[in-house]
Design a protein around this ligand. Structure first.
Ligand code: PLZ
Length: 454
């Protein structure tokens, strides 16, 4: 049994795809058996290889295989795994102190992360931030804050939305299986409206651009009433729901509608934020300035941290003691965030994300020309997806999607799927991936399509 290698991970790892066993290999299969006996069944795995190291654009498994990473742990390790400044700052902090609880006795790192969030998020007004442990918790708190700021209770969300797995965020998430099935009853006062989804809009993309905003605002008026709405919460590019990019004008129109009606406009940038789409935040592509922004995932180079950032008067509408949590803004996670944010600036990762998009999109469009099972190619920067359908129709093809994903995995390329219908392949490489590795990953994907049985 081939066992890995050095304890060293991070950017020093050899940036190569190298398979020495089948996927998963014997060492991973052995751990998988232990996992079955000890870990709850409800946790799935995209690819059951057990990781021993990762860095740059590769993940190393327990059998010594080196896989190309097109997932970044679901858009988290944008600066790369064990990035230099993250390791440095975390190491210093973990040796100094690991926890006091910010609500018991505060520390500078928390304040510095909030200063950074206030600085890098759009909007040149006075802002405040608060830190939490997970994306779902950030979304829950954005709703709490919006309710206090408005004195209203209703929340409007979209078809295909994903906001988390806690009770309120399950209510806000659209997809039943696997996220909601049998877990109700869900939080009340959450209303769902159609998403501006060009590929699936009845009448097509042009009609979507022309109609979506009217449909959405008409439904809110008729079914909720503007004066009851505390917040409209939207992912500027939807993540789990299928990397849905709304047509130009939709987000600015929605933001203006919220402003005109005293509704808090919340951008859930948990997946799309922190340089992923080629700007620091996805709303910036259309100069949209949200009232509140939720962040998590890419914020701290892999350590658990999340934030809500927004207009000072809204954030400060909540009474002292109304926000918090034992671990929220943990000092080690804050140190990691400061290292990650510094890396994003120093290495100009928004530009790196744009470059990834420039390489990926033309190759994927060419691939779509020779494989009509690819119905749509979309995304921005390093948040790119292809949607698979029965050729010439809108009928989702989750089977072909799963088959391509499996073939990629077997060949050493970690890809993720998503979409309400399970028919979208999404690509979220670390923003520090080398062009060679990116290009090799795309070749593996092209081979997987070539091998697709019809
Ligand atoms: N909002 C936009 O993408 C997390 C979910 C993985 P947490 N997406 C990955 C899974 O199957 O659980 C996400 C998101 C958007 C909120 C969240 C929730 O973030 O950190 O997973 O709670």
């Amino acid at each position: 049994m081939a066992m890995t290698t050095s304890a060293q991970g991070g950017p020093a790892l050899a940036q190569q795809r190298r398979l020495v066993t089948e996927i998963p290999g014997p060492a991973s299969r052995e751990l998988l058996e232990r996992r079955q006996r000890s870990v709850a069944r409800g946790l799935g795995h995209v690819l059951p290889v057990f990781v021993t190291a990762a860095g740059g654009g590769v993940v190393i498994d327990a059998d010594g295989n080196s896989l190309i990473d097109f997932g970044s742990g679901i858009a988290v390790t944008s600066v790369g795994n064990s990035a230099e400044l993250v390791v440095q700052r975390v190491t210093e902090q973990v040796a100094r102190f690991t926890h006091t609880c910010f609500m018991v006795a505060p520390y500078r790192g928390y304040v510095e992360v909030c200063e950074e969030l206030n600085r890098v998020t759009p909007g040149d007004f006075d802002k405040r931030s608060a830190l939490f442990n997970s994306g779902a918790e950030a979304v829950e708190n954005a709703v709490k804050i919006a309710r206090h700021a408005t004195g209203r209770s209703s929340v409007v969300v979209f078809d295909h939305a994903y906001h988390g797995r806690t009770n309120l965020t399950m209510a806000m998430t659209a997809k039943n299986m696997p996220y909601k099935d049998g877990f109700g009853p869900f939080a009340s006062d959450v209303y769902r409206v159609p998403m501006a989804y060009p590929f699936r809009w009845p009448g097509g993309p042009a009609a979507c651009q022309a109609e979506a905003l009217d449909v959405v605002t008409g439904l809110i008026h008729a079914q909720v009433g503007e004066k009851n709405v505390a917040a409209v919460v939207i992912e500027p590019i939807q993540g789990e729901g299928g990397f849905v990019v709304p047509p130009d004008g939709f987000l600015p129109g929605l933001a203006a509608y919220c402003r005109d009606n005293g509704i808090v406009f919340v951008a859930d940038e948990i997946q799309s934020g922190f340089c992923r789409t080629g700007n620091w935040f996805a709303v910036e592509h259309e100069d949209v300035v949200p009232d509140l922004i939720t962040t998590a995932k890419g914020i701290a180079g892999g350590l658990p941290l999340a934030g809500v950032t927004g207009r000072a008067e809204m954030m400060d509408a909540v009474h002292v003691g109304g926000l918090g949590g034992t671990f929220g803004g943990n000092p080690v996670a804050c140190a990691a965030a400061l290292g990650a944010i510094e890396t994003m600036g120093k290495e100009d990762l928004p530009a790196a994300a744009r470059r990834i998009g420039e390489i990926m999109l033309p190759r994927l469009r060419r691939l779509a020309q020779s494989h009509p099972v690819i119905g749509d190619v979309r995304g921005r920067g390093a948040m790119i997806a292809i949607e698979l359908v029965r050729p010439g129709t809108l009928e989702p093809d989750p089977a072909a999607t799963a088959q391509v994903a499996r073939a990629c995995h077997a060949a050493g390329l970690l890809v993720l799927t998503c979409g309400t219908f399970g028919n979208v392949l999404r690509f979220l490489p670390p923003l520090v991936i080398s062009e060679d590795l990116l290009s090799e990953g795309l070749s593996v994907l092209e081979d997987a399509f070539a091998g697709l049985s019809s």
